[in-house]
Design a protein around this ligand. Structure first.
Ligand code: SAH
Length: 213
């Protein structure tokens, strides 16, 4: 597990590319410069790590495109100490970005092999979520609710009601909604019963699946 100046240089370039696509939150861009994405994928694919592309990881899943991670994170308005729930731990890259930004992170993965791998891997890099859970993110994490932010990193055919219910007032849910392609959607909780919805264009994710496997 090596991180070199060359890798760091590639990350600086990646952050510039992401900024060029419209992400401006300095904390997000800084996290992109810090997190060694090449260590989150198989070493033989290292060359792909700092291109702005999604890439296959274990169990038929993908590590999201860096721009997508940055874009979703910017929408979440992460700040130090904020309590964030992530659905779809996957490789742990998005988790690491949130942790670089000093959020308190809870993350759920439904795929056992990935859950085991990533739970061992993240602490090796010094990334320590508050909790990593093997479970079904459709249900959220009621015992730790409410959250300042909830981020879903798989395509949801519909918005899971429990996730809306687990937001603080003022909290944000960032979720790609749709079957084949998804519309990036944000819900801001205005009151117990009111949510403001905004949409941010098309993205493509692996599907959010029910139950664990
Ligand atoms: N955040 C990840 C993206 C991984 S792809 C990263 O940065 O690498 C989406 C992940 O969501 C996959 O690992 C998939 O297994 C997981 N997933 C799909 N449905 C889920 C559900 N209902 N609950 C929790 N995780 C789910």
């Amino acid at each position: 597990m090596k991180d070199t100046l060359k890798h760091k240089g590639k990350r600086n370039r990646l952050a510039e590319i992401i900024a060029g696509k419209g992400v401006s939150d300095p904390g997000v861009l800084d996290a992109v410069r810090q997190v060694p994405r090449h260590l989150f994928m198989d070493s033989s694919f290292e060359d792909h790590a700092y291109q702005d592309k999604a890439f296959p990881i274990a169990a038929g899943q993908t590590i999201s495109q860096p721009f997508t991670v940055a874009f979703q994170t910017e929408l979440l308005e992460v700040a130090p100490g904020k309590k964030i729930l992530e659905i779809g731990t996957g490789s742990g890259y998005q988790t690491a970005v949130l942790l670089e930004m000093k959020a308190r992170v809870y993350t759920i993965e439904r795929q056992l092999e990935l859950f085991k791998r990533t739970s061992l891997f993240l602490p090796k890099l010094g990334y320590r979520p508050k909790k990593m859970i093997f479970g079904d993110g459709y249900k959220g994490l009621p015992e730790e609710a409410p959250f300042d932010g909830i981020i879903v990193t798989a395509g949801a055919p519909e918005v899971p009601k429990p996730l809306l219910a687990q937001l603080k007032i003022g909290g944000r849910l960032v979720i790609p909604v749709g079957e084949d392609t998804q519309i990036m959607t944000m819900f801001v909780r205005k009151s117990a019963k009111e949510f403001a919805k905004s949409e941010f264009g098309e993205f493509r994710f692996v599907p959010l699946l029910e139950n664990k496997s």
